[in-house]
Design a binder for this molecule. Structure first.
Ligand SMILES: Nc1ncnc2c1ncn2[C@@H]1O[C@H](COP(=O)(O)OP(=O)(O)O)[C@@H](O)[C@H]1O
Ligand SMILES: [Mg+2]
Length: 308
């Protein structure tokens, strides 16, 4: 449904998106998971044709975005991270305005508006101007605008930011529903649980690159053989380097003063490793082992923890 090949975008000297390729099959929810600044919004903006790539190819529903943009726009829905609507108009007026652009018949439009307002818990609030809405309520309207015409491809850029737990669950349900009725979805998030819960396949993105992609099971294979161990204590980066480099079965993933992340063959080796620190009279404050999950995959690939 969507094929991206060698897509790049540079701002001044910053490579925001750096030669990425991936594809999404029909009906699939594909997640782009990465921290702030990874390049997720830049990627989605290019696919939504809001931003021109420097190089690369985007094919949507077998059509080339450079040649058939008009046709593509008809089958695509976009839920941008930065929301834009008419604050003075009511929620319903906004929905009618945006969906008229899609050419939906009035009766169908009315039915769907009713359905999605109900689904997102906004029934009864539809005649209030959006300027009276909370951030979370606006996000829900933003989502409805993107999917009410039931696009073949739906682009969702961090749609659950600033939303309470209950609404978040409602939104997951709406997204899963759209997916099972055949909509293909590209979903960006910096939230590991969200990627695990929602996405059929995930691409891990950092500093403009996709470092790995696959199903959760496939991704976890990257770390399955090894444990990820975080050690913090009273050492600087140089000391850490000196102590850990000679240890054959430990690989340093990231190292800074007071904190190191290691990939280790077996966690039973931890006491031996700590002994090396103690020999240098370094005190250790905390040792934690990450079981193989998406978080440890992310750590292994980026050397960073992904926190909300
Ligand atoms: N219009 C722009 N001009 C300059 N730099 C930009 C612009 N848009 C994004 N960037 C930079 O590109 C990088 C990727 O940003 P973005 O795609 O928004 O990441 P994400 O959505 O993953 O947080 C960041 O370093 C950001 O500061
Ligand atoms: Mg973003």
């Amino acid at each position: 449904m969507l094929q991206i090949t060698h897509l790049s975008k540079t701002f001044d000297s910053l490579k925001a998106v750096d030669d990425i390729s991936f594809d999404i099959k029909e009906g699939e929810i594909f997640g782009l998971l990465g921290p702030n600044g990874a390049g997720k919004t830049t990627t989605i903006s290019m696919i939504a044709s809001l931003l021109k790539p420097d190089s690369g190819k985007i094919i949507i529903d077998s059509l080339d975005i450079d040649k058939d943009l008009k046709k593509i726009k008809k089958v695509m829905g976009v839920v941008p991270q930065d929301m834009a609507f008419y604050e003075e108009l009511t929620a319903k007026e906004n929905l009618i305005f945006w969906e008229k652009l899609q050419g939906l018949r009035k009766k169908i439009l009315e039915e769907r508006i009713k359905y999605y307002l109900e689904k997102t818990g906004l029934t009864g609030r539809e005649n209030e101007p959006l300027k009276k809405y909370s951030g979370g309520m606006k996000r829900r309207i933003n989502l409805i605008i993107g999917l009410i015409h039931q696009p073949k491809l739906l682009l969702l850029d961090e749609p659950t930011i600033g939303i309470d737990v209950q609404t978040r669950l409602n939104i997951y349900q709406i997204i899963k529903e759209a997916s099972s009725s055949g909509t293909t979805i590209l979903y960006t998030t910096h939230n590991l649980q969200e990627a695990e819960e929602l996405c059929h396949r995930i691409g891990i993105m950092d500093l403009g690159k996709i470092l790995a992609r696959g199903t959760l099971t496939e991704l976890i294979k990257i770390v399955e053989e090894k444990d990820i161990v975080l050690i913090s204590g009273n050492f600087n980066a140089d000391q850490g380097q000196k102590i850990l480099t000679p240890l054959k079965d430990a690989t340093i993933l990231s190292l800074k003063d007071g904190k190191v992340v290691l990939s280790l063959e077996a966690s039973k080796r931890i006491p031996v490793l700590l002994e090396e620190f103690f020999k240098e009279r370094i005190s250790i404050d905390d040792v934690s082992i990450k079981q193989p999950n998406l978080e440890s995959v992310f750590l292994k690939l980026t050397g960073k923890e992904l926190r909300e």
